[in-house]
Write a protein that binds this ligand. Structure first.
Ligand SMILES: Cc1cc2nc3c(=O)[nH]c(=O)nc-3n(C[C@H](O)[C@H](O)[C@H](O)COP(=O)(O)OP(=O)(O)OC[C@H]3O[C@@H](n4cnc5c(N)ncnc54)[C@H](O)[C@@H]3O)c2cc1C
Length: 456
């Protein structure tokens, strides 16, 4: 170990062995810190995963960059299924493939959450991290600098010093709630009126995928939508996003006949491929989604919230995990520039908050696009035009989706800001126009050069 790494051996405690906690632990251990993690659940490498809980995720550039930094991509790569675009399923069964990017490099990847988490737990242990499973953080006495833990097997309580504690305990973070109540920090948990339900579309004969494997499937239906992401075993995880209450809602789909009728009416093509539809629908939990904003993430060098604990977002841009991984990389970068943890925590918070606010807003906007706007011809014209403008003016015009998913060097807040300007340009150029051939590219060039600075 280098002398610099030796100097950094201050112990660090992480709450939560989820995606961010394990990645951060691996990175910190690699820098010479003595890291331990307390995880409420048992070790997922030896236990079954509860059905119906976010089985697979879309991994993109920001997440990949952080996984590469931790040296785990060699193990993650075989789990990935490239998804070069969205496959839209119309009510009449017509299919439209909409590419996400310019070429085969601009793709996102479907990855199994439990498999990824298992790899990250392994990596953390190999890096020397001490993981204590079935040990939940149950209280944090911020003023008296102590974290209270409970051994879930015996119920025994113990205390640990609240010093360099990093809370990666997810959207419902106990540690965040302690911070909020003890220091009267302002925080909001804006729950969506829509929930989600996961179902399994099994493999076909011979284990093959029954619908196009290399796509993120979307059945946009205006007020609600169904999506499907491929799994390596030939199955798909299908997720229904639907209002909790109302005429067509989770509340109204309470019995088998109504569930079948709803699926036959809105998703006839996929309905026949879901043999366990009603059983799974009634058995699997209905998930809640929301945006967490917290005005403070850190306390001196004692405590820092990270990942969903600090800034959970809705899943519609496929960025929650990617953003949490970027948090880990950014925190590490801060710690490379200072040995003062309070300073690193404070700067991390200052730099990350505008970014996480931006992706939270874009995630909500993307929900409307996925469930509704994608059905309009104008959407497809503007989408094709944005890719064409990127080909013609790559230094200045990059579609917002691409900035978020493929350009980890472009901060989320810049993507949001440039995306708004680009939307206005697209709207102006496509007014009273229905084909790319009819676009005035000279006007496009003028607008782009006037309104968009080159991307640095
Ligand atoms: C339906 C859905 C789809 C999604 N799709 C995507 C996607 O496609 N792409 C993407 O990037 N993101 C996606 N996300 C978001 C992603 O799941 C989260 O952003 C990501 O899991 C955040 O990682 P985390 O480590 O902060 O939290 P988590 O992964 O939730 O980990 C928290 C960990 O802390 C543990 N824990 C909780 N409380 C305690 C406690 N008191 N004591 C000890 N341990 C505790 C938990 O058991 C867990 O292991 C999706 C989310 C949902 C709900």
């Amino acid at each position: 170990m280098s002398a610099a790494a030796q100097e950094r051996r201050e112990p660090v405690t992480i709450v939560g062995a989820g995606l961010a906690g394990t990645l951060l632990a691996t990175l910190l251990a690699g820098r010479g810190h003595a890291v331990r993690i307390f995880e409420r659940l048992s070790d997922m490498r030896h236990s079954a995963i509860p059905a119906g809980r976010s089985i697979n995720l879309a991994l993109a550039a920001r997440g990949i960059r952080a996984l590469e930094l931790a040296g785990v991509m060699d193990r993650v790569r075989p789990l990935l299924i490239p998804m070069p675009g969205r496959m839209l399923h119309a009510n009449d069964g017509a299919l439209t493939f909409v590419p996400y990017g310019q070429d085969e490099h601009e793709v996102i990847y479907s990855v199994s959450r439990p498999d990824l988490n298992r790899i990250l737990i392994d990596a953390a242990e190999r890096a020397g991290v001490d993981i204590r499973f079935r040990t939940a953080a149950v209280g944090a006495d911020i003023r008296h600098h102590s974290l209270v833990l409970r051994d879930e097997a015996s119920g025994r309580l113990e205390e640990c010093p609240l010093k360099r504690v990093i809370a990666a305990d997810g959207a419902g973070s106990m540690v965040r709630r302690a911070l909020v109540s003890e220091l009267e920090v302002l925080a909001s948990e804006d729950l969506l009126k829509h929930g989600y339900k996961e179902l399994r579309l099994p493999p076909g004969a011979g284990g093959i995928h029954q619908i196009e494997k290399h796509a993120l499937h979307v059945w946009p239906r205006g007020g609600f939508m169904l999506i499907a992401l491929p799994n390596v075993d030939g199955s798909f995880t299908v997720t229904l996003f639907l209002p909790h209450q109302g005429e067509e809602s989770f509340a109204s789909l309470s019995e088998p006949a109504r569930i079948t009728q709803f699926f036959r009416r809105h998703f006839p093509d996929v309905c026949a491929m879901l043999p366990a539809l009603t059983d799974e629908f009634l058995l699997h939990p209905t998930g809640i989604m929301g945006t967490v904003r917290c005005e403070r993430w850190s306390v001196e060098d004692r405590l820092l919230l990270i990942g969903d604990a600090a800034h959970a977002i809705t899943p519609f841009h496929g960025q929650g995990m990617n953003c949490a991984f970027e948090d880990c990389r950014e925190l590490l970068a801060m710690l490379d520039t200072t040995s003062d943890w309070a300073d690193a925590f404070r700067r991390f918070e200052q730099i990350r908050r505008p970014q996480t606010n931006a992706i939270a807003d874009m995630a909500i906007e993307n929900y409307l696009e996925m469930r509704d706007t994608v059905r309009e011809p104008q959407f497809h014209l503007q989408r094709a035009l944005s890719l064409e403008l990127e080909r013609r003016f790559p230094q200045r015009f990059v579609p917002r989706y691409s900035m978020v998913m493929f350009h980890d060097e472009i901060p989320y807040a810049i993507a949001l800001e440039r995306g708004r300007i680009q939307n206005k340009i697209l709207a102006q150029l496509t007014r009273n126009v229905s084909t790319i051939g009819a676009i005035d590219f000279q006007a496009a060039q003028r607008m782009i050069e006037e309104r968009l600075t080159p991307i640095s």
